[in-house]
Ligand binder design. Structure first.
Ligand code: SF4
Length: 244
């Protein structure tokens, strides 16, 4: 019973965090609507790369090859030539080709439409068996694409915020954070709500809860943040010691 009460409390708290971020940053958008294979490609080449650079690489692939079957059948060196501006292009080019081949082998064609009828957990597990596909890429493929599944995308900014808020430990990775946080989010949330939550946590991580020193005095989550409360206690204790 205690566990259930705690889960309810955390769900309530996360809903409150979502509302605070929405009030502070406003509605985020737009909600992408790529077909699932295009979204898989976008997510595979986009890791650790600025959005405009990965978008340019994605558009370069479309312009050069015209369709994903042509990317799948192209030599790795040609794929690399187009996406060489993204981080780790030398790893992403062979993984992209291998993933597109694996999808084709599994479904008899280059399509992810069989995932439409799968439960989110099964679809995540299926995607994560593809070369180079981790939890972030798999969740993005399910949530950002026209599959519109209730999966939470956690990137490095979002993960940093979760760690500082105290929802996950300081060394928790993305997949483990997903497993810890997903059960706490409201069952009523739509795919769009999951997208909003991801975007809001990401913008907080980019603008306020930054890598390095966070700007807690500007943060709408300060009163519910484990890090801010701990740092506040430290400052208070240091002040007490100075006065003693
Ligand atoms: S209060 Fe500070 S540490 Fe906590 S989420 Fe906000 S910026 Fe990050």
């Amino acid at each position: 019973m205690q566990l259930l009460l705690n889960l309810d409390d955390r769900t309530h708290e996360l809903t409150d965090i979502h509302q605070r971020l929405k009030r502070h940053f406003g509605l985020q958008g737009p909600y992408r609507a790529l077909d699932p294979v295009s979204q898989l490609v976008m997510a595979l080449i986009g890791g650790k790369t600025r959005g405009e650079v990965s978008l340019s690489a994605f558009e370069g692939l479309v312009a050069r090859f015209g369709h994903w079957e042509a990317v799948r059948d192209a030599p790795v060196a040609e794929i690399y030539e187009v996406i060489c501006g993204v981080t780790f292009a030398e790893l992403k080019a062979p993984r992209l080709k291998a993933s597109l081949l694996a999808v084709t082998r599994a479904h008899g064609a280059l399509t992810l439409s069989p995932l439409e009828d799968m439960a989110v957990g099964d679809a995540l597990a299926w995607l994560e068996r593809l070369p180079g596909v981790g939890r972030k890429v798999a969740a993005a493929t399910l949530n950002f694409s026209t599959l519109r599944k209730a999966a939470l995308v956690i990137d490095s900014h979002h993960l940093r915020v979760l760690r500082r808020l105290g929802y996950v430990g300081p060394r928790t990775g993305i997949a483990q954070a997903y497993d810890l946080v997903m059960p706490l989010l409201p069952e009523s949330w739509t795919a769009r709500d999951f997208d909003q939550h991801h975007q809001l946590m990401k913008v907080l991580g980019q603008e306020i809860c930054r890598n390095g020193v966070p700007i807690c005095e500007r943060c709408p989550l300060r009163s519910v943040c484990a890090t801010a409360q701990r740092d506040g206690r430290r400052r208070h204790d240091a002040g007490q010691r100075r006065q003693a």
